[in-house]
Design a protein around this ligand. Structure first.
Ligand code: C2E
Ligand code: MG
Ligand code: MG
Length: 720
């Protein structure tokens, strides 16, 4: 591009008619000395060595270039010219002795006068040999050839250019290398508030805040020399802050182009005010990183912030922080009973309360649902976190007030908090997040409305629970669940029925006890699906067993609270009975005392419906004696049997126990209820006097819970 632009038509012509050719041929033909050349040349000639050091120059040169006669000598010619021209001249020096000299043409050179003002010259360079030493002559002169024509062309081009720039809405400004504005279109008034006459001749710098211009002027300079072909990959746009006439500052996008007139380079700037776009971008950014409801940051913002924390932490190791995961306790009930609007209000109030409590430097996020996350970035002492958590618990426990259809509601909720300390509990986002989540899980598990600070021991138990939760979702589909049956025997030791007990063979953890996974299943609601499967499966197998063994055993099925509360529970039992064709007298449902404590009316209603639809079906209270107000309710309940909890049997022969068992047995007898003693492991248990009126036993003394196959074996050996 450089050589192309320097070898313009007009230059070629001047080369043919110009003097350098004469001078050059004289040197070649006559072997004239360097000194003679300088003395005889009518044009400015400078003699330089291969490094560019000026060996000599004629007086015409120093006059025209604007120097004292000898002050050029010893200075470096290459260093004096602008860098952009320097490389070009060097190239010329390299090729000046080569046979394709014929192709050599005039080129444009800029050279400073003594005051440093750059002027343009046309030049030609040729090599000179004396005693085997190579040096160069640079022949310069002020271009005047075809100037008139060129000026006309330029004017015409400028006219076209101006017409074009007036049609576009962006500001177009042309500046010279000293950053003076040469041209401005009329759109400049919209962008900068200056009209074109105010701009032309003024410094480009006035369109920017001072610090912006001083930071970017180097960058702008580059665009003067950027050639489109060479720098295709370089960005042609810059986003910078501009300043308008009223001194308002706004973001600008500037696209650059340049042109090389004969005498100078010109930078063309197309300037757009991008305030509007920036505002839209800012709004979109805000929306993308914030939760609409509470206006807290969202998960994406959290990712960005925590990455930033770790980045800063690497430089300031003394920094300490904490990550808090919060999950509201009881939010779901509010949502379910008072409606989504109340739920939303509660979330908004919670966000406000947290914002009011935490410091400005703490970040608060909502991850969706009732999950909040707090990033404490400046923790003075690790022990401070306990104080923070206690405050959070307190602020959330304060009653929330709502108004719905003119009525005022007061709602109380709690919050489970998990804490991981930064960076001691994780030095990357993934680990720290997992640990805070596990700690929160632990808080939920150990009774909610509390905080737990992460510790390594937590990981194992919480991880197990997490795996259980995940695995439960697919356990039934993957056929990992099956039933065991534990015989329930009469006083003679003959099986009267069996209790169906669920087992889960977890693919990674092996067989997991129902005590471990039933609570999780209750929490997630999966218990309904699992419970339905248990009832259907147990009824099917017991019917098959009775048929095969020609027996009349009953099956006792455990039912959990959430299952019984489900509106379709009675339908599920109806369907299972109808589908399997089992005699309802062979089905017992085991409920725990907590049912009657939590919602006695509903429980009683469900039981009555079942009994009406399926006469013969029996209801058993499981783990009897572990609840507290059971005695009070027992008389009112449509219940047929009680199971004395195995914790009492375990304590035999403690004296206190005897009293409790006696009173339970007396009560059951007086209410005409059947009794089953659970957890009978020894003869001593079985023959324990207070259990004398107990009709049935269940426990390892008779049999452990058995697979269907083993149960058949057990029953077969019993009948022989
Ligand atoms: P549960 O209903 O009280 O069941 C009796 C538990 O005592 C069973 O534990 C049984 O294996 C155990 N057991 C029986 N005899 C003895 C003994 O002599 N000594 C000792 N130490 N233990 C004995 P399992 O199978 O681990 O079940 C635990 C609990 O899980 C059950 O207690 C029941 O509440 C629940 N569960 C089991 N299967 C189901 C189910 O299908 N649905 C529901 N909702 N809960 C179930
Ligand atoms: Mg049971
Ligand atoms: Mg029990």
């Amino acid at each position: 591009m450089k050589s192309k632009s320097l070898s313009s038509e007009s230059n070629k012509k001047s080369r043919k008619s110009g003097k350098p050719e004469v001078l050059e041929s004289i040197i070649r033909k006559t072997g004239i000395s360097a000194e003679a050349i300088l003395n005889n040349a009518a044009d400015p000639v400078i003699h330089i060595d291969t490094d560019g050091t000026i060996i000599g120059c004629n007086s015409v040169a120093s006059t025209i270039l604007g120097f004292e006669n000898t002050s050029l000598q010893g200075r470096n010619f290459l260093q004096m010219i602008p860098p952009d021209y320097r490389h070009f001249l060097k190239d010329r020096m390299k090729s000046s002795g080569s046979p394709d000299r014929e192709n050599e043409e005039l080129f444009l050179l800029r050279f400073p006068d003594e005051k440093g003002v750059h002027n343009s010259y046309e030049a030609v360079v040729f090599s000179y040999h004396e005693d085997q030493n190579e040096s160069f002559f640079v022949n310069l002169w002020i271009p005047d050839h075809s100037r008139h024509k060129l000026n006309n062309q330029l004017k015409e081009a400028q006219g076209n250019y101006e017409a074009l720039t007036e049609t576009i809405t962006e500001a177009v400004i042309m500046v010279d290398e000293s950053f003076r504005i040469l041209y401005a279109n009329s759109s400049c008034i919209k962008v900068f508030g200056y009209n074109r006459n105010e701009l032309i001749g003024s410094p480009f710098a006035m369109l920017f805040p001072e610090e912006v211009f001083s930071r970017y002027s180097g960058e702008f300079k580059k665009y003067f020399y950027m050639d489109s072909l060479e720098d295709e990959r370089t960005k042609r746009e810059l986003e910078v802050l501009g300043r308008s006439k009223n001194r308002g500052v706004s973001p600008l996008e500037i696209s650059f182009g340049n042109s090389r007139e004969l005498e100078q380079r010109i930078l063309i700037c197309i300037i757009r005010d991008i305030s509007h776009r920036k505002n839209v971008e800012r709004k979109l950014r805000y929306l993308a990183y914030h939760d609409k409801l509470t206006e807290l940051g969202n998960r994406d913002l959290f990712h960005t912030d925590i990455e930033e924390f770790f980045r800063v932490y690497k430089k300031h190791k003394e920094l300490c922080g904490a990550l808090l995961f919060l999950d509201l306790d009881g939010f779901k009930q509010v949502n379910d009973t008072l409606g989504h609007q109340a739920g939303d209000m509660l979330l908004i109030s919670t966000a406000k309360r947290l914002r009011g409590l935490m410091r400005e430097s703490d970040m608060i996020y909502r991850f969706g649902g009732d999950e909040f996350v707090i990033l404490v970035t400046k923790l003075r002492r690790q022990s401070d976190i306990e104080l923070i958590c206690t405050k959070i618990l307190r602020v959330i426990q304060r009653a929330y007030n709502f108004e719905k259809q003119g009525q005022n509601f007061k709602v109380n909720i709690g919050v489970s908090i998990g804490v991981a300390l930064l960076p001691s509990h994780g030095r990357d986002q993934e680990t720290i997040t997992r640990h805070a989540d596990l700690a929160m899980y632990k808080s939920k598990e150990s009774g909610k409305n509390r905080f737990t600070i992460f510790s390594e021991e937590l990981t194992l138990s919480a991880q197990n629970k997490w795996m259980i939760d995940q695995g439960l979702k697919t356990a039934l589909v993957n056929e990992e669940m099956y039933l065991h049956y534990q015989p329930i025997v009469d006083r003679e030791g003959t099986a009267a029925g069996v209790e169906a007990l669920i087992r889960w063979n977890h693919p990674a953890q092996g067989v997991i006890s129902p005590e471990q996974f039933i609570p999780s299943a209750e929490e997630s609601g999966l218990i309904n699906t699992i419970g339905r499967w248990v009832i259907e499966h147990a009824l099917l197998e017991i019917r098959r067993l009775n048929k095969r063994m020609k027996m009349n055993l009953y099956v006792s099925v455990n039912v959990s609270t959430r299952q019984l509360m489900a509106p379709d529970f009675t339908d599920i039992v109806d369907q299972a009975i109808t589908r399997t064709g089992i005699d309802p007298a062979n089905l017992r449902l085991e409920l725990t005392e907590t049912f009657f404590l939590e919602s006695p009316e509903h429980t009683i209603q469900v039981i009555e419906t079942l009994k009406k639809n399926h006469p013969g079906i029996q209801i058993v209270i499981d783990d009897f004696g572990t609840g507290y107000s059971s005695l009070h309710y027992l008389s009112r309940l449509p219940v047929d049997a009680i199971k004395i909890d195995r914790s009492f049997i375990k304590e035999i022969p403690a004296e206190n126990n005897r009293k409790v068992i006696n009173s339970v047995v007396n009560l059951a007898t007086s209410l005409d209820m059947t009794m089953v003693a659970e957890g009978i492991e020894t003869e001593e248990h079985k023959n324990y006097p207070p259990l004398a009126s107990c009709q049935y036993f269940q426990g390892y003394l008779f049999s452990k819970p058995l697979s269907y196959k083993d149960l058949i074996k057990y029953l077969s050996s019993e009948t022989h």
